[in-house]
Design a protein around this ligand. Sequence first.
Ligand code: KG4
Ligand code: ZN
Length: 344
Amino acid sequence: MTLNILAFESSCDECAISLVSTERSYKQLVLSQMDHAEYAGVVPEVAARAHLLAIEPLFQNFITTHNIQPSDIHAIAATCGPGLMGGLLVGGMFAKGLALGWKKPFIPVNHLEGHLLSPRLDPGVDFPYLAMLVSGGHCQLVSVKGWRQYKVIASTLDDAAGEAFDKIARILDLGFPGGPAVERAAKNGDCHTYDLPSPRLKPRDGNPFPLSFSGLKTAVARLAESLPNKTESVIANIAASAQKAIVDQLVWCVEKGLQEGDWKGVVVVGGVAANQALREKLSTVVGNIPFVAPPLSLCTDNAAMIGWAACEQLLNDPRINEPDFPIRPRWPLEALNITPLINH
Ligand code: KG4
Ligand code: ZN
């Protein structure tokens, strides 16, 4: 039987709703807040207030456009963490209230698990797979052996890759959000112009191939300061060189991870997975294994991935209903594992 889930996402600056079925069809609506552009970064209180204003009209618009009746829906889902407390509260409370009013089960979703499972919604990938999860707040290489069998193999020691893109965009005055702005500028530049740091760090504290982007950010700031005449082409060359430094390090990390298991696929997920240079380079290093990247609309924050993560919960536990689940601004991926990882 096909089950439909209505899902909400509000953990950062996207307010989003989707209708996702266990048969992998989905419709979605995403509202990206631009209120943060003048600060060149997401301001939590501004985000929370914007979610509060947006969520009811977004919901009304979506159910009217798609003529959704309560009887079409099996369960309501929402991101309950990790993320910004204010936005999570707005989306979580709205979804829980709706579940109560419509007498539907409520399914809490971990945002990182939403990203991690997104390629199983579209285009589809089987377990076990190796996932590079790269967003504004997270940068982790994850072994995904099965549903809720997740192991973070490697992670960043400092900034996340998306954060690095955002900081570099700020230094180069390219606007917000930073990742797409750097990518756009980089298209007109030569990535070999500047040799920027892309470290290959030694194992540290159980992290066998740690990532680090803070040195790159400092190097870009110094380079920009040292160049008196920052023409458009100079900026394009810096953007292209910085993007190459980030992509090369991520690709190195995936190449190392490839040797750690027998994977049925390598996936890239999260906002930075929208980056074409990263997608192209990764597709060339995976060898005979399929390289799987979700469509761009499922890379940056969206509610379809939240709906799909809820579908996977429902398929594993048909009676799930957790209306009292708390909001968890910190909620690590590995806390979701059903059993301790043995021989992982
Ligand atoms: O997953 P996401 O939408 O939100 C978080 O959960 O953090 O990721 C947002 C991050 C931002 O840092 C943004 O600059 C980056 O993803 N991003 C990109 C691109 N599109 C979004 N980075 C590089 N290239 C892109 N095309
Ligand atoms: Zn995200």
